[in-house]
Design a protein around this ligand. Structure first.
Ligand SMILES: NC(=O)c1ccc[n+]([C@@H]2O[C@H](COP(=O)([O-])OP(=O)(O)OC[C@H]3O[C@@H](n4cnc5c(N)ncnc54)[C@H](O)[C@@H]3O)[C@@H](O)[C@H]2O)c1
Length: 285
């Protein structure tokens, strides 16, 4: 399968050189966990379209899951990086510069909050829980963008993409502190887009509908969140992770060359509906 994929990447069926949307583009993905995650789905789309990808993993325990994925995509670099440690982020970009000659894209698919802060009353969140979620899930985009900027500027521009969720602007039960962190992430994204636009560096957020991933398991009653999306969404389903991957490809490729400072929803339309007929039908008088 892998050989076939590689052959497809290089040649099309007529035997001429295949030019993918990302041929010649190089970048870093933060946040791959396993084959079910959103970062992996974006990586697969980028790789299929010819991108060269460097990977990071959060800690030693994650390495055994991430390294095989990185190797399957011929990565020249796969480094440990806790995004709350600025020295780790700095090292990733230093090592990247030694290994690759340009930086075209960066994906931020990183989030974390204490399980206790993803259920119950939001207002009981501790200062420590607030700081942790904000640091990992929002401030890290600022750190990553700061270190990406010089290399992207040298490359003539680039695209930075962060993953977000509707809970940033609307109350979604149990999303709690992560909603506040995603609000900070989206706002940071707009300021970064404004600052870096003059270097032809774009910054956007992709707001995915609920998908069963490792991180999602930490959210109280996540299965109900999936069902709620089905009831509300015009498409009557949740997005497949590969559909989020494809939207990631769009935002990281030249297809979106005039798009910056935006939140792109990939949620089967759920965010556009207040009350669907299916939801109304459940109301008993
Ligand atoms: N799954 C969903 O329903 C959904 C919906 C919308 C947005 N998102 C967002 O998508 C992104 C990816 O999440 P996912 O759902 O694919 O889950 P995931 O578990 O695959 O990814 C989360 C990643 O964050 C990493 N991480 C956590 N703390 C870190 C730290 N301190 N330093 C470095 N990395 C750290 C984890 O190792 C993991 O790789 C997150 O930002 C998440 O909030 C997810």
């Amino acid at each position: 399968m892998f050989i076939l994929k590689l052959a497809y990447k290089t040649l099309n069926i007529r035997g001429v050189i295949f030019m993918g949307l990302m041929t010649g583009k190089k970048g870093i993905i933060f946040g791959v966990s396993n084959k079910f995650g959103i970062a992996n789905a974006i990586a697969e789309q980028l790789f299929e379209q010819g991108a060269e990808i460097a990977f990071t993993y959060a800690n030693e325990a994650m390495e055994k899951r991430v390294r095989p994925i990185a190797e399957s995509m011929n990565a020249k670099m796969c480094l440990e990086c806790d995004v709350t440690k600025e020295e780790d982020v700095k090292k990733v970009f230093e090592e990247y510069e030694k290994t690759y000659d340009k930086l075209d894209f960066v994906v931020h698919a990183v989030a974390f909050a204490n399980k206790d802060d993803l259920m119950g009353d939001f207002y009981t969140v501790s200062k420590e829980g607030w700081d942790l979620a904000m640091h990992v899930s929002a401030y890290s985009l600022v750190t990553i963008s700061k270190y990406a900027k010089p290399q992207m500027e040298k490359s003539g521009g680039g695209s930075i993409l962060a993953l977000t969720y509707l809970g940033s602007t609307k109350v979604v039960a149990n999303y709690n502190i992560m909603g506040v962190a995603k609000a900070a992430l989206e706002s940071s994204m707009r300021f970064i887009a404004n600052d870096l636009g003059k270097y032809n560096i774009r910054c956007n957020c992709l707001s995915a509908g609920p998908i069963k991933t490792m991180a999602a398991k930490g959210i109280g009653g996540f299965d109900r969140m999936l069902k709620a999306n089905v009831l509300k969404a015009p498409l009557k389903r949740t997005p497949d992770v590969s559909e989020v991957g494809k939207a990631g490809l769009y935002l990281l490729s030249d297809l979106s060359s005039a798009v910056t400072g935006q939140v792109q929803f990939v949620d089967c339309g759920a965010s556009s509906v207040f009350a669907s007929l299916d939801e109304m039908a459940q109301i008993q008088f």
